[in-house]
Design a protein around this ligand. Structure first.
Ligand SMILES: [Fe+2]
Length: 241
């Protein structure tokens, strides 16, 4: 049966964890991904230049592998265009859907920053509009995932913020509302993408979970200490014999 092999990683934070990223990339011998996923916070403080060493290290190891990315809180809203312009080889998803063909499979990837249940102090002061954005985003994600499921064999949800609290366990209880949003969890349980990938929770000790059949992966580099290799196969009901 066909499958899609992914390398997924988030929270490299530029030079902060680049050596860890590089060591992990080098250790992945005798394997080649079909797809590479950046789950946000690949740089620090909006510094788009820091992504170059990450993209270059991938390009020197693999040729022509699609890279799909979402923005994290460190890829500031104000510099999104910079990332898009400076890295045209990366498909940037921001509340959008991309369909790619891999190993005879139609793969739908829905990407978003995700949502938080509570605004951070900085967000409350500087970007109060985010309260509405986070409130409305679950419905936006639901529509995109449903669109993907109509046409794709495999549907992948990628966000920076966690779509559930199950894979952020290990973070202090009081910071959970700043890690993600369980309103997205309701969407995942309802629409059932094949898998969901997120980052942002560096201190999580539970890195994978099963939400009513939807496999969730926290691919935060400091939490995993490695790039996460994920194999996705189409759900049984979508296979045509
Ligand atoms: Fe983050």
């Amino acid at each position: 049966m066909s499958l899609v092999r992914m390398y997924a990683v988030g929270d490299v934070h530029g030079s902060r964890y680049f050596n860890l990223f590089l060591a992990s990339l080098k250790s992945l011998i005798n394997s080649k991904p079909d797809l590479i996923i950046f789950a946000g916070d690949m740089v620090d403080e909006g510094n788009a230049k820091e992504l170059k060493m990450i993209v270059d290290s991938i390009k020197s190891k693999f040729r022509g592998i699609p890279i799909i990315a979402v923005f994290g809180n460190e890829e500031y809203h104000e510099v999104e265009e910079k990332f898009i312009n400076e890295y045209p080889e990366v498909v940037w998803l921001s509340d959008s859907l991309s369909i790619v063909y891999i190993n005879d499979l139609k793969v739908g990837i829905v990407g978003s920053r995700g949502a938080l249940e509570k605004l951070t102090y900085w967000q409350r002061k500087n970007k109060p509009i985010l309260e509405r954005v986070y409130r409305e985003r679950p419905a936006v994600i639901k529509k995109l995932l449903s669109d993907s499921k109509k046409v794709a064999d495999i549907t992948i949800y990628v966000s920076h913020y966690a779509p559930t609290f199950t894979t952020v366990k290990g973070e202090p209880e009081k910071v959970l509302p700043f890690m993600g949003s369980r309103y997205i969890e309701d969407v995942l349980k309802d629409v059932k993408p094949t898998i969901a990938i997120h980052a942002h929770a560096h201190n999580s000790r539970i890195l994978e979970a099963d939400l009513d059949g939807v496999k969730i992966y926290n691919v935060s580099l400091p939490a995993r200490k490695a790039i996460t290799v994920i194999n996705a196969t189409p759900p049984k009901e979508s296979i045509n014999y």
